[in-house]
Design a protein around this ligand. Structure first.
Ligand SMILES: [Zn+2]
Length: 216
Protein backbone atom coordinates (compact mmCIF):
# COMPACT_ATOMS: atom_id res chain seq x y z
CA UNK A 1 0.00 0.00 0.00
CA UNK A 2 2.71 2.47 1.03
CA UNK A 3 4.80 1.30 -1.95
CA UNK A 4 1.93 2.16 -4.33
CA UNK A 5 1.53 5.58 -2.73
CA UNK A 6 5.26 6.31 -3.12
CA UNK A 7 5.14 5.12 -6.74
CA UNK A 8 2.31 7.56 -7.54
CA UNK A 9 3.99 10.40 -5.62
CA UNK A 10 7.19 9.76 -7.57
CA UNK A 11 5.33 10.36 -10.85
CA UNK A 12 4.36 13.85 -9.65
CA UNK A 13 7.47 14.70 -7.57
CA UNK A 14 10.34 12.46 -8.73
CA UNK A 15 12.41 11.33 -5.72
CA UNK A 16 15.78 13.01 -5.29
CA UNK A 17 18.77 12.10 -3.13
CA UNK A 18 18.69 14.47 -0.11
CA UNK A 19 22.50 14.66 -0.11
CA UNK A 20 23.33 15.47 -3.77
CA UNK A 21 19.95 16.12 -5.45
CA UNK A 22 20.25 13.36 -8.12
CA UNK A 23 17.11 11.50 -9.17
CA UNK A 24 16.69 8.15 -7.39
CA UNK A 25 14.30 5.18 -7.37
CA UNK A 26 11.00 5.76 -5.55
CA UNK A 27 11.82 3.30 -2.75
CA UNK A 28 15.44 4.54 -2.33
CA UNK A 29 16.59 6.85 0.46
CA UNK A 30 19.85 8.08 -1.11
CA UNK A 31 21.60 7.56 -4.45
CA UNK A 32 24.06 4.65 -4.55
CA UNK A 33 27.11 6.93 -4.41
CA UNK A 34 25.97 8.98 -1.40
CA UNK A 35 24.77 5.86 0.38
CA UNK A 36 28.19 4.25 0.00
CA UNK A 37 29.81 7.28 1.69
CA UNK A 38 27.60 7.12 4.80
CA UNK A 39 29.82 6.38 7.79
CA UNK A 40 27.76 3.78 9.70
CA UNK A 41 27.75 3.83 13.52
CA UNK A 42 27.29 0.10 14.15
CA UNK A 43 27.29 0.06 17.95
CA UNK A 44 25.12 1.33 20.76
CA UNK A 45 26.17 3.91 23.35
CA UNK A 46 25.03 5.19 26.72
CA UNK A 47 22.56 8.02 27.27
CA UNK A 48 21.51 8.52 30.89
CA UNK A 49 17.98 7.18 31.73
CA UNK A 50 17.68 5.48 28.30
CA UNK A 51 17.65 1.68 27.95
CA UNK A 52 19.18 1.69 24.48
CA UNK A 53 20.73 4.48 22.41
CA UNK A 54 21.60 3.91 18.77
CA UNK A 55 22.35 5.92 15.62
CA UNK A 56 22.45 5.00 11.96
CA UNK A 57 25.67 6.89 11.18
CA UNK A 58 28.25 9.44 12.29
CA UNK A 59 27.56 13.11 11.61
CA UNK A 60 30.17 14.27 9.09
CA UNK A 61 30.47 16.13 5.76
CA UNK A 62 28.85 13.17 3.93
CA UNK A 63 25.56 13.56 5.78
CA UNK A 64 25.45 17.27 6.76
CA UNK A 65 23.74 18.39 3.49
CA UNK A 66 21.00 15.79 3.98
CA UNK A 67 20.44 17.00 7.58
CA UNK A 68 20.12 20.55 6.25
CA UNK A 69 17.67 19.31 3.55
CA UNK A 70 15.58 17.65 6.26
CA UNK A 71 15.34 20.87 8.32
CA UNK A 72 14.38 22.71 5.14
CA UNK A 73 11.59 20.10 4.52
CA UNK A 74 13.45 18.88 1.45
CA UNK A 75 11.39 16.29 -0.42
CA UNK A 76 12.87 12.85 0.19
CA UNK A 77 14.88 13.53 3.39
CA UNK A 78 12.19 12.45 5.92
CA UNK A 79 11.75 9.17 4.02
CA UNK A 80 15.53 8.61 3.61
CA UNK A 81 16.15 9.16 7.33
CA UNK A 82 13.01 7.22 8.30
CA UNK A 83 14.13 4.26 6.19
CA UNK A 84 17.55 4.21 7.89
CA UNK A 85 16.03 4.41 11.36
CA UNK A 86 13.50 1.66 10.52
CA UNK A 87 16.36 -0.67 9.55
CA UNK A 88 18.12 0.25 12.80
CA UNK A 89 14.96 -0.57 14.82
CA UNK A 90 14.70 -3.93 13.06
CA UNK A 91 18.38 -4.77 13.60
CA UNK A 92 18.04 -4.17 17.36
CA UNK A 93 14.76 -6.16 17.38
CA UNK A 94 12.85 -3.56 19.40
CA UNK A 95 9.81 -3.12 17.12
CA UNK A 96 7.82 -6.00 18.66
CA UNK A 97 8.25 -4.73 22.23
CA UNK A 98 7.58 -1.04 21.42
CA UNK A 99 4.16 0.50 22.14
CA UNK A 100 4.65 3.77 20.27
CA UNK A 101 7.16 6.24 18.84
CA UNK A 102 7.55 9.88 19.81
CA UNK A 103 9.45 12.71 18.10
CA UNK A 104 11.60 15.14 20.08
CA UNK A 105 9.03 17.94 20.47
CA UNK A 106 9.54 21.57 19.45
CA UNK A 107 8.20 24.48 21.48
CA UNK A 108 4.78 25.49 20.03
CA UNK A 109 6.00 28.94 18.96
CA UNK A 110 9.11 27.52 17.24
CA UNK A 111 7.00 24.97 15.36
CA UNK A 112 4.60 27.68 14.18
CA UNK A 113 7.57 29.75 12.99
CA UNK A 114 9.06 26.89 10.97
CA UNK A 115 5.67 25.52 9.96
CA UNK A 116 6.55 21.90 10.83
CA UNK A 117 8.65 19.71 13.08
CA UNK A 118 11.10 17.87 10.81
CA UNK A 119 11.42 15.04 13.33
CA UNK A 120 7.65 14.39 13.22
CA UNK A 121 7.91 14.02 9.43
CA UNK A 122 10.65 11.41 9.95
CA UNK A 123 8.65 9.58 12.62
CA UNK A 124 5.60 9.35 10.32
CA UNK A 125 7.82 7.60 7.74
CA UNK A 126 9.22 5.20 10.37
CA UNK A 127 5.66 4.42 11.46
CA UNK A 128 4.56 3.66 7.88
CA UNK A 129 7.58 1.41 7.28
CA UNK A 130 7.63 -0.48 10.61
CA UNK A 131 3.91 -0.42 11.47
CA UNK A 132 4.66 0.95 14.98
CA UNK A 133 2.15 3.72 15.85
CA UNK A 134 3.33 7.21 16.79
CA UNK A 135 2.01 9.56 19.46
CA UNK A 136 2.85 13.27 19.18
CA UNK A 137 0.68 14.20 22.17
CA UNK A 138 2.48 12.09 24.76
CA UNK A 139 5.10 14.72 25.58
CA UNK A 140 5.45 18.44 24.83
CA UNK A 141 8.02 21.20 25.25
CA UNK A 142 6.71 23.62 27.85
CA UNK A 143 9.03 26.60 27.34
CA UNK A 144 11.57 28.17 25.06
CA UNK A 145 15.19 27.09 25.55
CA UNK A 146 18.46 28.64 24.38
CA UNK A 147 20.12 27.18 21.27
CA UNK A 148 22.09 24.18 22.47
CA UNK A 149 24.85 24.75 19.90
CA UNK A 150 26.51 27.61 21.79
CA UNK A 151 26.37 25.93 25.23
CA UNK A 152 28.76 23.69 27.14
CA UNK A 153 27.65 20.22 28.26
CA UNK A 154 26.78 21.50 31.78
CA UNK A 155 24.90 24.53 30.40
CA UNK A 156 22.90 22.26 28.08
CA UNK A 157 21.69 20.15 30.98
CA UNK A 158 20.58 23.24 32.96
CA UNK A 159 19.01 24.77 29.83
CA UNK A 160 16.80 21.70 29.27
CA UNK A 161 15.99 20.82 32.88
CA UNK A 162 12.19 20.37 33.15
CA UNK A 163 11.64 21.79 29.64
CA UNK A 164 9.48 18.80 28.67
CA UNK A 165 6.18 17.71 30.23
CA UNK A 166 3.93 14.70 29.97
CA UNK A 167 0.26 15.43 29.27
CA UNK A 168 -1.21 12.24 30.68
CA UNK A 169 1.00 9.86 32.72
CA UNK A 170 -1.40 6.98 31.98
CA UNK A 171 -0.32 7.09 28.33
CA UNK A 172 3.32 6.60 29.41
CA UNK A 173 3.03 4.25 32.39
CA UNK A 174 4.21 0.70 31.69
CA UNK A 175 4.93 1.49 28.02
CA UNK A 176 8.02 0.90 25.90
CA UNK A 177 8.71 4.00 23.83
CA UNK A 178 11.06 4.86 20.98
CA UNK A 179 12.26 8.49 20.95
CA UNK A 180 13.45 9.70 17.55
CA UNK A 181 15.61 12.68 16.59
CA UNK A 182 17.67 13.53 13.51
CA UNK A 183 20.93 14.37 15.25
CA UNK A 184 22.47 13.50 18.62
CA UNK A 185 25.35 15.66 19.86
CA UNK A 186 25.87 15.48 23.64
CA UNK A 187 22.66 13.49 24.16
CA UNK A 188 21.35 15.98 26.76
CA UNK A 189 17.95 16.44 25.02
CA UNK A 190 17.40 12.68 24.75
CA UNK A 191 18.56 12.17 28.32
CA UNK A 192 16.12 14.78 29.66
CA UNK A 193 13.23 13.27 27.66
CA UNK A 194 14.16 9.77 28.86
CA UNK A 195 14.24 11.05 32.45
CA UNK A 196 10.72 12.55 32.17
CA UNK A 197 9.35 9.38 30.54
CA UNK A 198 10.89 7.14 33.22
CA UNK A 199 9.63 9.46 35.96
CA UNK A 200 6.13 8.93 34.53
CA UNK A 201 6.48 5.15 34.64
CA UNK A 202 7.79 4.24 31.18
CA UNK A 203 8.98 0.62 31.10
CA UNK A 204 11.61 1.10 28.39
CA UNK A 205 12.95 4.13 26.54
CA UNK A 206 14.87 3.53 23.32
CA UNK A 207 16.63 6.54 21.72
CA UNK A 208 17.11 6.24 17.95
CA UNK A 209 18.75 9.04 15.99
CA UNK A 210 19.88 9.20 12.39
CA UNK A 211 23.32 10.58 13.09
CA UNK A 212 25.59 11.29 16.02
CA UNK A 213 28.62 13.54 16.29
CA UNK A 214 31.83 11.68 17.18
CA UNK A 215 32.21 11.66 20.95
CA UNK A 216 35.13 13.85 22.07
ZN1 LIG B 1 23.32 11.38 -3.76
Amino acid sequence: MYKTLRFILDLIYPSRCPACGDFIGYMDGFCKECESKINMYEKDYKIKYSDLSVSVCFYDENISTAVYTLKDKGGNAPYAFGLGISKLIESYKISKVTDFIIAVPMYKKDKLKRGFNQTELMVKEVSKITGIPYNFDAIFKNRETRHQKTLSREERIVNLRNAFSVKNPEVISGKSIIVIDDLCTTGSTLSEISRILKENGAKNVFCCTYCRTSPR
